[in-house]
Ligand binder design. Structure first.
Ligand SMILES: NC(=O)c1ccc[n+]([C@@H]2O[C@H](COP(=O)([O-])OP(=O)(O)OC[C@H]3O[C@@H](n4cnc5c(N)ncnc54)[C@H](OP(=O)(O)O)[C@@H]3O)[C@@H](O)[C@H]2O)c1
Length: 296
């Protein structure tokens, strides 16, 4: 293996510490702690695990964590009423509605009801628009985490060829916007892209956000490229259990790439760390407390 491993777990731990260090100054100025409220509807076990770890991480950073656990039978009107109540609550800086919602609920209407200035997930169309035109807003946590890892590794990204495989609203599209804002030359690939291996081979930065286990092979990668694997796929481990793998075939890619994120331990841990960062930024903005440029 020749590639350097990009240690997202360590980077995320440092980011979480930096967030925690900025909480006391906010509390001194605003007379309260930053607050993140998570809303979860139903009993999806994976969502329950995510919500628990978000709550623990929020508290560990010295912020107030509140969780609203609603039953499967919750109606759209009840959920919207809760979101509006949280919009109006001055102690709430960040609102996160855990997705996916049960099928009878309309996710886009729920996201559209969140106050964009409390939308720490960055999913509201107002925040997508702000990102597209270069205004200050909230950027989805996973792609923002990827950019942080890339800048930490490469410094200035301008002029680099970046290929993003995947065009979802929560990863692929905002990732491409962020890379464009860093003056990369950006290509977005998707399921209709012709000759995907050839497109990938042009990338100095290759971001995989597809949801297909180990799809991207070593011979799709330009020698020395930086590879960010967003994929999280649970597959058979061949011994009767399961394991997590990314969208990139790590073993062959690591022979060619200059640097690569592992799965697990790469992009995954960044998502919660950036969520805490967005909540802190929201609190500072909402209370008009100065947060030095580049502080976080
Ligand atoms: N690390 C984290 O915290 C984190 C956060 C979010 C997601 N993820 C993981 O990231 C992956 C992507 O998530 P997502 O929410 O963006 O998924 P998604 O909404 O399912 O989008 C997948 C994208 O991949 C494209 N695609 C599918 N098959 C393809 C193929 N054979 N060739 C080229 N493109 C193909 C799709 O193209 P079309 O648009 O043409 O269908 C789509 O744009 C998943 O593994 C997910 O678990 C990780």
């Amino acid at each position: 293996m020749s590639a350097a491993i990009i240690d997202g777990k360590a980077f995320a731990a440092t980011l979480r510490e930096r967030v925690a260090l900025l909480v006391p100054a906010f509390e001194a100025a605003a007379g309260r702690k930053p607050g993140l409220t998570v809303v979860i509807v139903g009993e999806d076990p994976a969502s329950q695990v995510y919500v628990r770890s978000k709550g623990k991480a929020t508290e560990a950073a010295g912020m107030v964590s509140t969780t609203h656990r609603l039953p499967d039978t919750t109606t759209q009107d009840e959920l919207l009423a809760l979101v509006r109540q949280l919009n109006a609550d001055p102690a709430v800086d960040g609102i996160l509605v855990q997705l996916p919602l049960p099928k009878h609920l309309d996710e886009s209407e729920v996201i559209a009801t969140i106050d964009p200035d409390k939308d720490v997930d960055g999913f509201h169309v107002v925040n997508a628009g702000r990102l597209a035109v270069g205004q200050e807003g909230f950027v989805p946590c996973t792609p923002l985490g990827c950019i942080m890892l890339l800048e930490d590794r490469l410094g200035d990204l301008s002029g680099l060829n970046a290929v993003v495989v995947g065009r979802s609203n929560i990863v692929g599209k905002p990732m491409a916007q962020l890379l464009l804002a860093k003056s990369c030359t950006v290509t977005i690939a998707h399921s209709r892209t012709k000759d995907l291996p050839d497109v990938c081979r042009r990338a100095d930065i290759l971001v995989a956000a597809v949801g297909r286990p180990e799809m991207i092979k070593g011979d799709w990668i330009k020698p020395g490229a930086t590879v960010i694997d967003v994929g999280i796929n649970r597959v058979d481990n061949g011994e009767g259990g399961t394991k997590l793998v990314g969208d990139v075939d790590f073993a062959s890619a690591a022979e060619v790439a200059g640097a690569i994120t592992p799965v697990p331990g790469g992009v995954g841990p960044m998502t919660i760390a950036v969520l805490l960062r967005n909540t802190l930024v929201s609190a500072y903005r909402r209370e008009n407390v100065a947060l030095g440029k580049g502080a976080i």
